[in-house]
Design a protein around this ligand. Sequence first.
Ligand code: ATR
Length: 267
Amino acid sequence: MDQYAVVGNPIAHSKSPSIHTYFAEQTQQTLTYSTLLGDDIEFENQIRAFLASDGKGLNVTLPFKERAYAMCDVLSKRAEQAGAVNTIVMSENGDLFGDNTDGIGMVRDMIDNHGQTLKGKRVLVLGAGGAVRGVLEPILSEQPKSVTIANRTVEKAHVLARHFECLASTFEDLEGAFDIIINGTSASLSGRLPPLKDELVGEQTWCYDMMYGADRTVFLAWAHQRGANGADGLGMLVGQAAEAFYLWRNVRPETASLVALMRKQME
Ligand code: ATR
């Protein structure tokens, strides 16, 4: 039977096995999907061993996405741009194909599940770490009017802005309202927010947090207090998985029902 797995460390609490099992049942595909605890020294050997048996593909999560990128033979444009791989496909000829579905998963969630468009919009992205780097190419592919990257360490925002041909700023220098604000900082993991001015939120502003949780995230609470609607990153988690599933099986699963189910289970 075709085997798939998610590799990371830690990995025990990964939701990927239940997400992919749900997709497999929904699309009537026969496969198994397990977890693989990544080893700091043996990571590349673990990947090769898995794919040399019945392994057809892998998802890769923290802290191995850059190492997966380095070991793939062929890369998609978005993986190339992200400098990180979250999905490996075992090709017919034995090559490892590396893709990054995080950004397209987020963009599809915004468009398909939340009715947003990025085309022509003034977009603000908060943060300049690996998570943000992973989503910039798919955001730019939607042809927004502008993308501004704001980061505490502004040099990191400048590096990304040069690479992706967009704008960089400190939080303090941001001016006026944005159409879409995406939080990609890890500050909210510890319940904190960057220093965001009230004027960033206007009447049309819609906010997206790449984090998610049972309670409204601090970023979405900030947005809500200023009258803006938004969504958290649960749909991005399911969306990136759906894109990986599509790469492996050539069938696109429906995601909204699973997002609703997972939301209910978190209550
Ligand atoms: P990830 O893989 O989640 O992107 P990362 O590469 O460590 O993790 O990046 C974390 C991001 O969150 C960075 O943009 C970081 O800002 P710095 O580059 O200035 O460190 C941002 N971040 C983390 N804690 C923050 C805080 N308390 N306030 C503002 N930004 C914060």
